[in-house]
Design a protein around this ligand. Structure first.
Ligand code: ADP
Ligand code: MG
Length: 322
């Protein structure tokens, strides 16, 4: 069972940034308007996430660490209309099997509780006072899986990846204020103003805003919005592109190809635009359940999505450059 958990952990927890992503998604699901992340040693030594969300009931705290324990899916049908970031109930159990985890949490009407789990084994649990919300600390990631530790990059690279992922999550959730402190240095701070443009300003250099055009269109039950342009800073690759479907950072060949094809007619320097693209769509007609890290997305009607994205980007560039 122990080995099984460690192997399963590898699918969800590949590196420190995947831990940060899972923990922050849990904080979002808990309705927190404030999420603070602190890391040491690129996240290998310590990842700490503090939120002011709804917290976990004392009796549910240990359950949260069991494989396939989720409070978010009640019926099989729920799987086809996912509205939360998490739904597999795998993250906490996986993370806790390959690290040392301390969790402290309190809900509105209960006493706070703290648990400490090492390599999947409960070491202690106790009463612990705190404000409403949840604190989780993950130490010594992969301390018991040396083979996995070998695949980590340098600590500054891992810290950089954490910064990139958290920045993108912050863009998708402009109403939440985020902070990231790495070895005592603040790498990211957003203010929860609710305006995506404010977060983009905070995350990217000023230059990126100059030739970047906003868009916002609605087609029946589908909403598409975002910013496109300024390929000068796209560094000839896709690192400056973010696609969010129902506020989840995803990979989608359909959307990427549609946006780049539409952009091509206006490209002067590089065929890769700077792109922030949000699509809000009925959760029933997408499938996010095909990848362990929930990254690649499939649409029921691919051609429709392609057309919507192509037309929107084309129109935005044509009008923006007029
Ligand atoms: P999932 O998010 O897929 O449900 P996780 O393993 O990430 O699975 O979390 C297990 C459960 O622990 C969640 O369903 C939730 O009930 C609880 N939980 C985890 N993190 C938090 C948090 N920050 N605030 C409130 N509840 C949390
Ligand atoms: Mg989760």
């Amino acid at each position: 069972k122990d080995t099984f958990n460690k192997i399963a952990a590898g699918e969800v927890v590949e590196r420190p940034s995947s831990v940060v992503k899972e923990l922050v998604e849990n904080s979002i699901d808990a309705g927190s308007k404030e999420i603070h992340v602190e890391i040491q040693g690129g996240g290998e030594e310590l990842i700490r996430v503090l939120d002011k969300g709804e917290g976990i009931e004392p009796d549910d705290m240990l359950k949260a660490f069991m494989p396939h324990a989720t409070s978010k899916i009640m019926t099989a049908d729920d799987l086809f209309r996912i509205r939360t970031m998490g739904f597999r109930g795998e993250a906490l159990s996986s993370i806790s099997s390959v690290s040392k985890v301390l969790m402290r949490s309190r809900t509105e009407g209960s006493d706070g509780r703290e648990v400490y789990i090492e390599g999947g084994d409960l070491k202690y649990e106790k009463y612990s006072p705190m404000d409403r919300g949840t604190l989780i600390e993950v130490r010594d990631l992969f301390y018991n899986v040396p083979a996995r530790k070998k695949f980590l990059k340098t600590r500054s690279k891992e810290a950089g990846t954490i910064g990139e992922i958290l920045s993108k999550i912050a863009i998708a959730y402009p109403e939440i204020s985020f902070s990231l402190v790495s070895d005592g240095k603040t790498l990211l701070k957003t203010y929860g103003t609710g305006d995506q443009k404010d977060v983009i300003r905070q995350v990217y250099t000023k230059k990126i805003q100059e030739n970047t055009f906003p868009f916002h269109e609605e087609f029946d039950s589908l909403r598409i919005s975002g910013f496109v342009g300024n390929e000068e800073i796209s560094r000839g690759n896709r690192s400056q592109q973010s696609i969010f479907v129902n506020r989840r950072l995803v990979q989608s060949r359909t959307i990427t190809v549609a946006a780049e094809n539409a952009f091509r007619a206006f490209a002067t320097v590089s065929r890769f635009p700077f792109l922030i693209l949000n699509i809000d769509i009925l959760p029933e007609i997408i499938d996010v359940n095909i990848h362990p890290q929930k990254a690649e997305i499939k649409f029921e009607d691919d051609r429709h999505i392609f057309k919507v994205v192509f037309d929107t980007i084309h129109k935005t560039m044509a009008e923006g450059l007029k």
